[in-house]
Design a protein around this ligand. Structure first.
Ligand SMILES: Nc1nc2c(c(=O)[nH]1)N[C@H]1C(S)=C(S)[C@@H](COP(=O)(O)OP(=O)(O)OC[C@H]3O[C@@H](n4cnc5c(N)ncnc54)[C@H](O)[C@@H]3O)O[C@H]1N2
Ligand code: MOO
Length: 459
């Protein structure tokens, strides 16, 4: 198994992230979206003024589709030049720092007791002051030689104290004088001011992902808000007249599985979900929903194939969108697509079959949103498959697996319309055309809840 984690060093992916961060930092305030591009029929292009049917592309190989989605993200970031935001700490989880986190204070900001006990001055025995020092109290009076004062963990050390004696290492004699039961080393159990950092020290670099620990450090260092890359704004359009939002399936109607699944998943990928709209299987309704959106990324579900009610392709042609990916050599999910609808806006079309939609999410939406969020690419990693996996003759397969010890165990119920496998999975195995033997190493795509924990990543 190769290691997981963010890539280090100067590879192409890091440069992508740096490039996006540089764009955010140098932003000129030219905000998204660019409605003029839509109304003038200008960008992405001239195609808007002459809505000719776009030539159908051949399905794109799976790795290339992901690379194209990354490139789309870079182009969108370059075109939009989004300003960094000031994100209050309680909203910043999952963002990427757009400015270094420099300490606004020394840490600790005063000499601090590391233990409950006594601050002492000079050698034992000590006369103990009547009043102790607690955490949060203002500066205590200086100690004189032979004096001690009760002190709590986190309290300010009185000037001229030579050490802290832990409560379990002191005893009081019958005259009320304090003695040490072991040697006292000068400075012991005192955390000196600035031990962790001095004001102005860089604690974290630009590009750092804001984790719960980063939030804690930022607060400790004096921040109420951090400067971060703004979240990409994503609107989800769920197409399909057959979809119910509650109750049991009946009379040929089925429950919408994607409306509940996609928003938290998109948030885990660093996006802000501005709306989830249900759209009728009607050409004008789809057209109106797409052209009326000012999101950075529109995510549609369903309607990507060539049936009579599949309105995504015709709508993209009608608005002169540029199809960047039109079908991918991957199963499930091969009708997925990626289009540029305006200079700064993209549309990811996910197939309606639910596992096919997951495949589209990880193939096209994840790289696009990762670049817009200026997050580093996850380090690719592999594990041996415990069992053989049947392959497609020409296409890559994405197969839900659970990780058991050193092996990835392929799960059943991995058909395009099924979520039973993925709901139990830790990852998706990338199975090359032709399939995989037992023991064969397969690349794994982590699922956000498996790698980061549900409370951490679903902000
Ligand atoms: N003649 C062809 N037909 C189909 C092809 C093809 O290549 N040629 N591809 C098949 C594949 S593969 C897929 S995947 C689907 C993609 O279809 P669409 O993206 O057009 O999706 P729909 O037709 O709208 O729906 C497909 C399927 O999924 C169900 N669905 C849709 N939305 C949801 C939702 N939100 N929650 C749960 N289930 C949903 C829908 O009811 C259909 O059963 O096309 C094949 N056909
Ligand atoms: O590939 Mo479809 O996406 O089989 O369900």
């Amino acid at each position: 198994m190769t290691p997981r984690g963010a890539r280090a060093g100067e590879d192409a992916e890091d440069l992508d992230v740096e490039e996006v961060l540089a764009l955010v930092r140098n932003s000129n305030g030219d905000h998204l979206p660019d409605p003029a591009a839509r109304s003038q029929g200008g960008e992405p292009g001239s195609a808007r003024t002459s809505p000719q049917p776009a030539p159908r592309h051949r399905a794109t190989p799976w790795p290339e589709a992901r690379a194209l989605a990354e490139r789309a993200g870079r182009n969108a970031a370059r075109a939009a030049r989004r300003d960094p935001i000031r994100a209050p700490l309680d909203t910043a989880l999952g963002l990427t720092l757009a400015a270094p986190l420099d300490a606004l204070t020394d840490l600790p900001s005063f000499d601090t007791s590391a233990m409950d006990g006594w601050a002492v001055c000079g050698p034992a025995p000590w006369h103990v002051r009547d009043e102790g020092v607690l955490a949060g109290h203002a500066g205590p009076a200086p100690l004189t030689d032979g004096e001690a004062v009760r002190i709590a963990t986190g309290a300010r050390i009185p000037p001229d104290a030579s050490a802290v004696l832990r409560s379990e290492h002191g005893r009081t004699d019958d005259k009320g004088r304090l003695h040490a039961t072991r040697d006292v080393i000068p400075g012991q159990d005192i955390r000196p001011r600035g031990q962790e950092c001095r004001t102005g020290d860089q604690l974290l670099a630009v590009g750092t992902l804001v984790t719960p620990a980063v939030l804690g450090l930022a607060a400790a260092a004096g921040y109420d808000a951090v400067t971060a890359v703004p979240r990409a704004r994503v609107e989800v359009l769920v197409l399909g007249d057959e979809l119910l939002t509650q109750g049991l399936p009946h009379d040929g109607l089925i429950r919408d599985a994607l409306g509940p699944m996609l928003p938290p998943w998109l948030r885990a990928l660093g996006a802000e979900v501005t709306a989830v709209r249900r759209v009728r299987d009607d050409a004008d309704a789809v057209h109106q929903a797409i052209t009326g959106s000012d999101a950075d990324v529109i995510l549609t579900t369903g309607g990507t194939a060539a049936g009579p009610l599949d309105h995504v392709h015709p709508t993209l042609r009608r608005i002169g969108a540029e199809l960047l990916v039109d079908g991918v050599q991957v199963r499930p999910g091969h009708p997925m697509l990626l289009a540029r609808t305006t200079r700064t806006q993209h549309l990811v079309g996910l197939p309606g079959n639910p596992l096919a939609a997951v495949s589209g999410l990880l193939t096209l939406a994840e790289p696009l949103l990762r670049i817009l969020a200026a997050r580093p690419a996850p380090e690719p990693y592999t594990m041996p498959l415990r069992d053989a996996v049947h392959g497609h003759p020409h296409d890559t397969r994405l197969v839900p697996v659970v990780l058991r010890g050193d092996e990835a165990v392929p799960l059943h119920y991995n058909g395009p319309a099924m979520l039973r496998g993925i709901a139990a999975a830790d990852a998706l195995a990338v199975v090359p055309p032709g399939g995989a033997r037992p023991g064969q190493e397969a690349e794994l795509l982590d699922l956000p809840w498996a790698s980061a924990g549900i409370g951490v990543c679903f902000t």
